[in-house]
Design a protein around this ligand. Structure first.
Ligand code: GLP
Length: 263
């Protein structure tokens, strides 16, 4: 894993956005894996700005989102489809027919999960997958105990995740406790994975992801198996890492090498 520790959340968003900008400049018809939550919002703002400045275009891009609440239609303001339209798709030159979010309103959610896997495969696989992380180490909605080779499926949310996400729902509003999420195996199939984490609330999850054992108890630890996983985190999220000085040293050496090779 490449571990990039930056001073604050703004630097994390900028660094993350640059990875996606470079990807789109290199491959205009990239297949992007996208994420929801508060963490990626500033990264999306960076992509919108780059699109407006004509540095990148989305007109050949296909996107697949990680997850969706089961039982919410895409028009529901708390659905992840709605979130993606609001935070990114409505502001860039993307063809919405090329944007995929697991269908939370599917009549047969189990069949829909296989359908989602088939769509990813038909698109040629995901070039680069964006991830946030839950306080309990979840990625997408792969909660602790998720199989490390799991595929897109229906997952039950933990109480901790429901409580964390309650802030987005009105008091008394129906909040789903089930989801459709790409599996950990689906995520690991992406050619590159970029996980963003900011704030002290994520420090335990980042510690377990980077320095803990490979275990279904911390789904993000599965990224230890990936050959091109980048963790972009701020000082607060890195605050419980034992070896952060070493990771900073590695990153400084990487930068020097890249500069020497003109990359
Ligand atoms: C949700 C999403 C995850 C996301 C997590 C963290 O549970 N399903 O994909 O990573 O929230 O969200 P936040 O970035 O708001 O902390």
């Amino acid at each position: 894993m490449q571990i990039v520790i930056l001073k604050d959340s703004a630097s994390v968003a900028e660094y993350g956005a640059n990875i996606f900008i470079k990807q789109l400049q290199k491959k205009a018809d990239s297949v992007l894996g996208l994420a929801t939550g508060s963490t990626p919002v500033s990264l999306y703002q960076g992509l919108i700005a780059a699109n407006k400045a004509k540095q990148i275009s989305f007109n050949q891009v296909t996107t697949f989102n990680l997850d969706e609440y089961l039982g919410l239609e895409g028009t529901h303001p708390q659905s992840y489809r709605y979130f993606m339209n609001e935070q990114l798709f409505d502001h860039v030159d993307i063809d919405k027919a090329q944007t995929f979010v697991p269908p939370g309103d599917a009549e047969n959610p189990i069949a829909a999960c296989q359908g989602y896997e088939d769509q990813i495969k038909a698109a040629g696989g995901i070039d680069i997958q964006l991830l946030g992380i839950g306080r309990n180490g979840h990625i997408g909605f792969n909660e602790p105990s998720s199989g490390l080779m799991s595929r897109t499926r229906v997952k039950t949310l933990t109480k901790a995740t429901i409580d964390d996400n309650a802030r987005f729902f009105e008091a008394g509003e129906y909040q789903p406790h089930l989801s459709i999420t790409m599996g950990i195996g689906t995520i690991l199939d992406a050619k590159k994975v970029v996980l963003l984490a900011t704030g002290e609330a994520k420090a335990d999850a980042i510690k377990a992801t980077v320095e803990g054992a490979l275990t279904a108890a911390c789904p993000a630890s599965a990224l230890q198996l990936h050959q091109d996983a980048v963790l972009v985190i701020d000082e607060a999220a890195a605050s419980k890492l034992t070896d952060s000085d070493f990771y900073k040293h590695i990153e400084a050496e990487n930068q020097k090498l890249m500069a020497r090779l003109g990359l």
